[in-house]
Design a protein. Structure first.
Length: 84
């Protein structure tokens, strides 16, 4: 049995408890807007370069698996005489 303990000089930190009725829509929207302003959005050029790299890699992967599939199919047809 493994037990995990907290060092004596460190206490567990808990989230502050708010006394109130619960969810505050106005505060939530304000916080979301503040967080959205802190986001570093990519430039148009970065987005195009990244999208192009993804499309190239998908194409290369498709070609690779097509070739491997054809070779495996050729091997199965040669060994067992089954398949198209």
């Amino acid at each position: 049995m493994v037990s995990v303990s907290t060092p004596k000089n460190e206490s567990r930190k808990t989230a502050p408890q708010k006394n109130g009725s619960g969810f505050n829509l106005v505060a939530y929207v304000r916080d979301v807007r503040a967080e959205a302003k802190r986001v570093t959005w990519p430039t148009r050029r970065n987005t195009l370069i990244t999208s192009g790299a993804v499309l190239v890699m998908v194409t290369v992967t498709c070609i690779f698996f097509f070739i491997v599939d054809q070779l495996i199919g050729l091997g199965v047809r040669g060994l067992f005489g089954v398949g198209g």
